[in-house]
Write a protein that binds this ligand. Structure first.
Ligand SMILES: *Cc1c(COP(=O)(O)O)cnc(C)c1O
Length: 388
């Protein structure tokens, strides 16, 4: 059967097309004035001191670790319940990922007790991931980080535009996810809440971190091609090793328009997530993670957990027969061969392994209607009832 309900879809059209055409006609295609303007708008929206555009979020995470001085021998705490890039970036710096378990089926974010228990004298940093768009308990993470002098890097790929709530007395109340830790990293990959195809951003309030990231994204050169072309500089030095993690001007043109659409499109996602919750409330054998949470999420994806007795692949096949595309977020990182072969002992991540084996991601994007959600929820309920 044809796909009736895509897992995700992008709100992109003529405005973006003509902005990209303008860039092409301008003939300045890489890192330049449009990127600088996009960075300024992004920083202003987020209320962040500095925003640095980078070719993708994986590169942003790498440069965050580099700029915060994470290197060989350092341990970095990271959830295993995440996209593999969160951990890969740690290996790029020859540091050691130490995997942290999740809270449980009702909260797929990292468990702060486990986080605390896994701090050692070698721990240098924590990468938090705001799963599905729901911010991690940053009050607790930042308290721990302060007491043990750790750097906190937020992988905010799912949470672009999510405003932190925390406890009522939280000092971070209303701040955007990604702006609470020492650096925050965002992805504009083709299926995220803000899309440019490939693209990323690092935000920080620390001017020296921003400066190191700017150097490192362009070979470590003290001057950019734009500086040279606009007559501001003719020679340059390379004071430290850099990379080519530059974004293009087309990316900035797309991102600038997409940023203006973000609030409305996240609000739409929130309505649809609420509709899912209404239609799936009290469904036997289906758990909705984060169901108790305040509307503080960017609702990047809508995950549900099936009871252990249900055959997930059969259920997903049944949903597909009804034209409903689903996915799994995520296979645990520590179980991938590359990581498994590097683990010296059992990382004790039973809640991660359990949730990961039972998770199904349902379609969620701004073009769905509440009737679509009702239909998808109805099919899911019927398929689950037939499977138990
Ligand atoms: C998408 C994603 C990434 C990687 O972003 P890229 O821009 O594709 O490099 C990293 N972490 C999480 C949680 C993601 O969802």
């Amino acid at each position: 059967m044809a796909l009736r309900y895509l897992l995700s879809d992008v709100d992109i059209g003529d405005e973006e097309a003509s902005a990209v055409a303008d860039v092409v006609r301008s003939k300045w295609l890489s890192l330049g004035p449009r990127t600088a303007a996009f960075e300024r708008e992004f920083a202003a929206y987020m209320g962040a001191g500095h925003a640095v555009a980078i070719s993708n979020c994986t590169a942003a995470l790498h440069l965050a670790l580099l700029a915060h001085g994470v290197g060989p021998g350092d341990e970095v705490l990271v959830p295993s319940y995440t996209f593999v890039a969160s951990a890969n970036a740690i290996l790029y710096q020859r540091a050691t990922p130490v995997f942290v378990d999740i809270v449980g089926p009702h909260d797929l974010n990292l468990c702060c007790d486990d986080l605390e228990a896994k701090v050692t004298p070698r721990t240098k940093a924590i990468i938090v991931v705001h799963v599905a768009g729901f911010p991690v308990d940053m009050d607790r993470v930042m308290r721990l980080a302060e007491s043990r002098q750790l750097t906190v890097i937020e992988d905010a790929c799912h949470a672009i535009g999510a405003r932190y709530q925390g406890q009522p007395d939280s000092q971070f109340l209303g701040r955007f996810a990604g702006t609470i830790g020492h650096s925050g990293c965002f992805s504009f990959f083709a299926n995220k809440n803000l899309v440019t195809g490939e693209g990323g951003m690092l935000v920080t309030d620390d001017a020296s971190v921003a400066e190191r990231v700017r150097l490192a994204r362009s070979h470590g050169m003290t001057k950019s091609s734009w500086d040279k072309a606009s007559g501001r500089a003719s020679d340059y030095d390379v004071p430290s090793l850099g990379f080519n993690y530059r974004p293009t001007e087309m990316t900035a043109a797309l991102g600038t328009i997409q940023l203006r659409k973000l609030e409305a499109s996240n609000a739409r996602r929130r309505e649809l997530a609420a509709a899912y919750r209404r239609h799936l409330a009290d469904t036997p054998a289906v758990t909705i993670p984060f169901a108790e949470r305040l509307p503080d999420s960017a609702h990047h994806i809508f995950p549900v957990l099936l009871d252990p007795g249900i055959d997930r692949s059969k259920l997903r096949a049944r949903l597909l027969e009804h034209g409903i595309q689903t996915s799994v977020h995520y296979p645990p990182v520590h179980e991938f061969s590359h990581y498994r072969s590097r683990l010296s002992s059992d990382p004790r991540l039973s809640r991660t392994v359990d949730a990961s084996a039972r998770e199904v991601t349902l379609p969620l994007h701004p073009f769905l209607t509440e009737t679509d959600v009702e239909e998808i929820a109805g099919v899911l309920k019927a398929c689950v009832a037939a499977a138990v």
